[in-house]
Design a protein around this ligand. Structure first.
Ligand SMILES: NC(=O)c1ccc[n+]([C@@H]2O[C@H](COP(=O)([O-])OP(=O)(O)OC[C@H]3O[C@@H](n4cnc5c(N)ncnc54)[C@H](O)[C@@H]3O)[C@@H](O)[C@H]2O)c1
Length: 256
């Protein structure tokens, strides 16, 4: 895209797979120095293993990375997980099913913001991006703890955007709709375990029917489509955009 980002430093938390991986590759294609932090051991010298639930471990990784790449201009929170259970109706889940989903998706985002803010504030300009979800905007019945955690992420992102604006650091959220990744497949898996065998469907059949019924454009979103928007938002082309939630969802959720 040539977004004039050559030499900038970017870190993608949750960058070992899916949308985070595509964002990592897109930053690299724009000439940035990129590092990945993930729960699974990511590949490469510029990668660290850390769990976003563990603030000390996350902060230690960010401290090491800052020495390695010198400067951190952009930080992306792309880590996430679902509860692994089908959440309709909500009493299908136990209150105990909420805890880990909130710890990874919401408290992980809080840990992320605390770990990166000191470094971003050293720059004259920079950005934070939280990968949220359309689920956080519609009270999705598929997985209520996930949906509520993502709503919390969007709200927290707005606080971050206001607090960091005086330092010329912008914060935004990107909400994908349906992207073919392990998280998306886990929703289908949870549903299959819930319904009688003769009503079960192959993943592709289930997902295609679902996407036709909920998204006006009727097509999957790809990790690369999400990544293009993520990196555009980080670049100076997005320099007047902060506190926003941008949906990459084929029109599933429309807002003014
Ligand atoms: N795929 C979709 O349809 C979809 C839709 C809306 C939102 N999202 C969101 O997009 C983001 C990326 O998900 P994805 O679809 O690429 O799935 P993914 O499973 O491919 O990627 C998620 C990444 O997060 C990492 N991760 C999970 N728990 C972690 C932890 N505790 N600490 C550190 N890393 C951890 C995983 O190891 C993985 O690399 C997530 O926040 C997800 O909720 C995805």
């Amino acid at each position: 895209m040539n977004l004039k980002m050559k030499g900038q430093g970017a870190v993608v938390v949750g960058g070992a797979s899916g949308i985070g991986k595509a964002i990592t590759e897109c930053f690299e294609a724009e000439g940035c120095w990129v590092c990945v932090i993930d729960l699974v051991e990511p590949v490469g010298a510029n990668a660290r293993q850390a769990d976003v639930r563990d603030f000390s471990a996350l902060k230690e990784s960010v401290d090491e990375i800052s020495k390695y790449i010198g400067r951190i201009d952009h930080a992306v929170f792309a880590a996430g997980m679902g509860s692994g259970k089908f959440g309709y109706p909500f009493w299908n889940l136990d209150p105990g099913d909420w805890e880990d989903t909130l710890r990874v998706n919401l408290l992980g985002a809080v840990n992320f913001a605390h770990a990166f803010t000191p470094y971003l504030r050293e720059q004259e300009e920079g950005s934070m991006l939280f990968i949220a979800s359309v689920a956080g905007q519609i009270g999705s019945q598929t997985d209520p703890p996930y949906s509520a955690a993502k709503a919390g992420v969007i709200n927290f992102m707005q606080c971050v955007a206001k607090d960091l604006a005086p330092y010329k650091i912008r914060a935004n959220a990107l909400s994908p709709g349906m992207v073919r990744t392990p998280i998306n497949q886990s929703v289908w898996q949870a549903l299959q375990e819930q319904i009688p065998e003769n009503e079960r469907q192959e993943y592709d059949v289930w997902a295609n029917e679902k996407i036709q019924s909920i998204a006006p454009l009727g097509r999957w979103q790809t990790p690369e489509e999400c990544a293009a928007v993520a990196v555009f938002l980080a670049s100076s082309m997005g320099r007047n955009i902060t506190g926003q939630t941008i949906n990459v969802d084929g029109g599933q959720v429309m807002h003014a």
